[in-house]
Write a protein that binds this ligand. Structure first.
Ligand code: ADP
Ligand code: MG
Length: 240
């Protein structure tokens, strides 16, 4: 579903990604972890070209994201993305947040979009919040809305960039529970997270990044058992 091949990226003269190669198969859940500043967000954002890259190729469902002529709005509409800070539209109600892109990008009718959006809102346990504004919801609730909004577009895969790291601790699990459910239903997922309980539960593979390099790309059993690199061993010893 996602094939990242020898991707390098520079910010000016600073090389933020070096020769990154990995892939995510249909239905696979891949967790990306590593120290702050190692390039995790940059890598995951290259998948839908929120971050352009200078070298290498990325294919999503057979489409080359970096190629000239690729319909990026269409591609992005099929790749769900959930960010650390929710990124809901603050001036729109939860229902409007859930229906806007369905109507504008997918051309669904307001009725159809509303039925779909409210169904997903129910699924993340927030049906009663439909008429509220994001600011009236807790962080955990806002993030669940953000996940429902991404799902409303019928994505072929989902990208998560530290979806729980801006949350108060007591709200982390309500978001992880939704992600675990998605994973168990077979959604293809690439998740930047340091929630190793989540990784242990549902990850098929774990990628560890350091200074713009993918230094580990292995099964979770290998990662938690015997990571090859010293850097990953040190990282694990600090967070577990
Ligand atoms: P991570 O998500 O692993 O914390 P990032 O991908 O956000 O890492 O950042 C990787 C590196 O790139 C960091 O050193 C960061 O300072 C740098 N960086 C990120 N965004 C920019 C930018 N827009 N311009 C210059 N440097 C950036
Ligand atoms: Mg980041």
């Amino acid at each position: 579903m996602i094939e990242i091949n020898k991707v390098s990226k520079w910010y000016g003269s600073f090389k933020v990604l070096t020769d990154c190669t990995t892939s995510v198969k249909k239905g696979e859940v891949v967790v990306v972890c590593g120290p702050s500043g190692s390039g995790k967000s940059t890598l995951i954002k290259t998948v839908n070209m929120l971050e352009p890259f200078q070298e290498g190729t990325i294919m999503v469902d057979g489409i080359s994201v970096g190629a000239k002529g690729t319909d990026l709005p269409k591609l992005r509409s099929r790749v769900g993305m959930v960010f650390q800070n929710f990124e809901l539209f603050p001036h729109l109600t939860i229902t409007e947040n859930l229906t806007l892109a369905q109507i504008k990008v997918l051309g669904r009718s307001k009725e159809e979009a509303t039925v779909k959006g409210l169904g997903l809102l129910d699924r993340v346990g927030l049906k009663a919040q439909a008429a509220k504004y994001p600011g009236q919801l807790s962080g955990g609730q806002q993030q669940r809305v953000a996940i429902a909004r991404a799902l409303s577009m019928d994505p072929i895969c989902m990208l998560f960039d530290e979806p729980t790291s801006a949350l108060d601790p007591e709200m982390v699990n309500e978001v992880l529970d939704v992600m675990v459910e998605l994973a168990q239903e077979g959604m293809t997922m690439m998740c930047v997270t340091h929630e190793m309980g989540f990784a242990r539960k549902v990850a098929d593979r774990v990628i560890f990044m350091d200074q713009g390099n993918i230094v580990e790309d292995c099964t979770k059993e290998d990662f938690f058992g015997t990571p090859r690199s010293e850097r990953a061993q040190l990282f694990l010893s600090k967070i577990l």
